[in-house]
Design a protein around this ligand. Structure first.
Ligand code: ATP
Length: 724
């Protein structure tokens, strides 16, 4: 039964029927307030005892019935119940903040637009309770910008949902009770952000046009679907402000770029408004497009983390000048650089190798496994200036009979080196003293025995040492190849100390550096210098430096450098002492020179023997450790591939396990030993090398460096090694 003013009529008439009213002095205004008047008269009659007790009792009963009827009227309670329990969460203490709100609705979702109208349709203007839930609907569907000046969400005048014409005045007056705003954030009904929708967490709405909140103007947020489990207390609804909603530990969404908003679909599956039960509204899958893009991003990030910092050193040849990090400056002619980098950005086709095209393995490298992909080194353009021939050919003194020599090839090279900023050999200007001291025999000796003419070594020919290779390439090779890009404090290191056990790949790495730079490789052994050439060692060293300066770019490599730079060399040992000072002054010279392109690489198995002042002369000190598991497997595979062998995957794993601490060189020897055992064991029959053959080889060949010695390297590396 609905309460209408007509119900007041009997009350209006009863005084005449039941009271003995003598006074009718009420003013018209007084009469108009029927209810007030009735109450006053009732009180009056009761107070004056003008009615009988029975009549009074009857009156009271009727009065009470009518009032209770009004109070129990569904008009007030139903809307409150509907909005608060279902769609709008706690209202004015009807439910505690933490109490879960069960849907009181049946299949008609209170979130349905129609349900709002249905509820409103039965209400009357002036019923202040009706609008209680409405703002929630509005704020749930409308973007925040449509609520200027309201922190709670104001009705959108344009919305047919919340401002039907019939109720305009009512809404404007009682739409948002003040208590509504003061709800705790978590308890506030969802004014969920357009972000939710745009990031794929949108409700499926049958009529998106009605839902202004889907306009792309709102800020978009990147909600992690996994972090957005439906929240039981709030029916899985997500309020506008994530921080007020997200449980601790769940990251707040981050804004997505606007273009994502514009590209998002109008209707996105998931987060359905049509759910029969709000509690079942769940944040589901992002739109396919957005989802895959986020996944891709996540994948990229993961891959980046997994590959670590070396990923950035991965450089397949730059495809175009525009997107290439190797693009040359504009004032350099569009031609090849001194070391094979093509200015026009075209992928150089062939690696540098004089006279013949390299085999596939030479191009790819021996150890071009997944983990080493990052280190694919630049290949050398066939058109490149022919440093290769010079680097691995014999040295020809640049000055003969006081005249500078220059072949046509040398001339071209000189021009290109000038362009690239690298000092070409033609710029060699030996002093008078130097020329006087040049002994043709020593020159010949150096030319024959110190200029290294070995095959080129690519990064991928070296198993393991990934971080060292990356550091060398980034800090040394690239800056030298692109001198203009690295100036001042970023000048490449001119001297490097590689230390580690014998056979771990120090020489291999040094040769690789020379290959990458396309430089002459002068390879000298300290022990040979001080013993074999004892009487002429100083002259040999001097000639080497001279050659290095004339034949730039050059890598001067001295192994067992600790012999020449030992802290134990005393003044009494004039020979060694002279060599030491000669070498130290050479190191100082190349460190301070800005013009020369000479790199000095010293290697040592006993870095702790090196004079502390001397090892500080090395700009970089890298520990070249024995190969790790993966590198050992690679070396074993590669070496065994050259012979007939038969090993199961398990046996290979055992081999890798048992060879821990073996150097690369020792691994190669082990494989060769196993092959030899096999041949000796089964004479006449050619059987593949088996694990059994390795068992025999293990007895003959053990790791040359003990774990204790390896620990010393690690310790020294911690103290003096360069970070990479
Ligand atoms: N990491 C590696 N990858 C592939 N081959 C390797 C590796 N390390 C060593 N080798 C093999 O071992 C051989 C010897 O290595 P290398 O001469 O570079 O060792 P080293 O550290 O210079 O030794 P030493 O200190 O005795 O001079 C190389 O020619 C190569 O065949």
């Amino acid at each position: 039964m609905h309460w209408t003013p007509d119900h007041a009529q009997p009350l209006n008439q009863w005084p005449e029927q039941h009271l003995d009213v003598s006074s009718t002095t009420s003013s018209p205004a007084h009469k108009s307030d029927v209810y007030q008047s009735s109450r006053q008269r009732l009180n009056y009659a009761w107070a004056n005892d003008d009615i009988s007790a029975l009549t009074a009792s009857n009156l009271l009963k009727r009065y009470a019935e009518k009032y209770s009827g009004v109070l129990d009227s569904p008009y007030e309670r139903a809307p409150l119940s509907t909005y608060s329990e279902g769609a709008f969460g706690p209202v004015n203490g009807q439910k505690g903040d933490l109490e879960p709100w069960q849907m009181s609705h049946g299949s008609d979702s209170s979130y349905s637009v129609n349900s709002i109208h249905d509820s409103l349709a039965g209400s009357k203007p002036g019923n202040g309770h009706i609008g209680l839930g409405s703002p929630t609907i509005a704020s749930g569907n409308l973007p925040e910008p449509l609520y200027p000046g309201s922190t709670c969400g104001a009705p959108n005048p344009a919305s047919s949902l919340v401002a039907p014409q019939d109720y305009t005045s009512t809404y404007s007056g009682t739409y948002l009770p003040s208590g509504y705003c003061s709800q705790p954030t978590a308890a506030l009904p969802a004014s969920h952000p357009s972000s939710l929708h745009s990031s794929g967490l949108q409700p499926t709405h049958p009529s998106p046009a009605l839902v202004h909140g889907y306009s792309s103007s709102g800020t978009l947020y990147n909600y992690s679907s996994s972090s957005y489990a439906a929240q039981p207390g709030y029916g899985g609804m997500h309020p506008a402000h994530p921080s007020g909603y997200l449980p601790s530990g769940i990251a707040a969404p981050t804004p997505l770029p606007p273009h994502t908003a514009s590209s998002r679909p109008t209707v996105v599956p998931g987060y359905t408004y049509q759910s029969s039960n709000l509690a079942s509204i769940s944040i589901t899958p992002l739109s396919t497009e957005l989802s895959s893009s986020l996944k891709r991003k996540a994948f990229d990030m993961t891959a980046e983390e997994n590959e670590g910092k070396y990923r950035k050193y991965s450089y397949e040849q730059p495809k175009t000048t525009s997107d290439s990090s190797f693009s040359m400056s504009d004032n350099v002619p569009n031609e090849c650089r001194g070391n094979g980098f093509s200015r026009n950005g075209e992928t150089p086709q062939m690696p540098f190798k004089p006279g013949k095209h390299p085999s596939e393995e030479e191009q790819i490298g021996k150890y071009n496994s997944q983990s080493m992909k990052a280190m694919i080194s630049p290949t050398y353009n066939e058109e490149a200036p022919l440093r290769s021939g010079e680097a691995f050919g014999k040295f020809t003194p640049p000055v003969i009979n006081g005249e500078r020599r220059g072949t046509e090839q040398g001339h071209v090279f000189t021009q290109r080196m000038q362009i690239s900023g690298i000092k070409p050999p033609g710029f060699c200007n030996p002093s008078e003293d130097q020329l006087k001291n040049m002994d043709p025999l020593i020159l010949e000796l150096v030319n024959d025995e110190i200029v290294d003419c070995g095959p080129p070594v690519q990064w991928t020919d070296i198993a393991g040492h990934v971080s060292v290779k990356a550091a060398i390439e980034e800090e040394l090779v690239w800056p030298i190849l692109r001198p203009g890009a690295y100036t001042g404090a970023n000048r490449p290191p001119k001297s490097i100390l590689l230390f580690g056990p014998s056979g771990s790949g120090k020489t291999l790495l040094s040769r690789c550096i020379a290959t990458q730079l396309g430089s002459t490789f002068l390879k000298l052994n300290s022990a040979v210098l001080v013993s074999k050439w004892k009487n002429k060692s100083e002259k040999v060293l001097q000639t080497v430096f001279y050659m290095a300066s004339c034949h730039q770019p050059t890598v001067v490599f001295i192994s067992e450098v600790d012999l020449l730079l030992s802290a134990h060399i005393s003044e009494e040992n004039a020979h060694l002492s002279n060599l030491k000072s000669q070498l130290l002054s050479f190191l100082d010279g190349i460190a301070t020179s800005t013009d020369d392109s000479i790199i000095f690489i010293g290697t040592s198995q006993r870095p702790d023997d090196i004079d502390e002042a001397a090892h500080h002369r090395f700009a970089k000190r890298f520990y070249i450790a024995p190969p790790d598991n993966l590198a050992r497997r690679q070396i074993l595979h590669h070496t065994l591939a050259q012979q007939n062998y038969c090993l199961s995957e398990r046996e290979m794993a055992l081999l890798v396990q048992h060879t821990e601490g073996y150097s690369g060189n020792e691994l190669i020897q082990l494989c060769q030993q196993a092959g030899a055992n096999h041949l000796h064991g089964i004479s006449g029959q050619l059987q593949p090398t088996s694990y059994k053959d390795f068992e025999g080889a293990f007895c003959k060949l053990r790791a040359g460096t003990s774990p204790k010695q390896l620990d010393l390297y690690v310790e020294w590396n911690k103290m003096y090694g360069s970070r990479h």
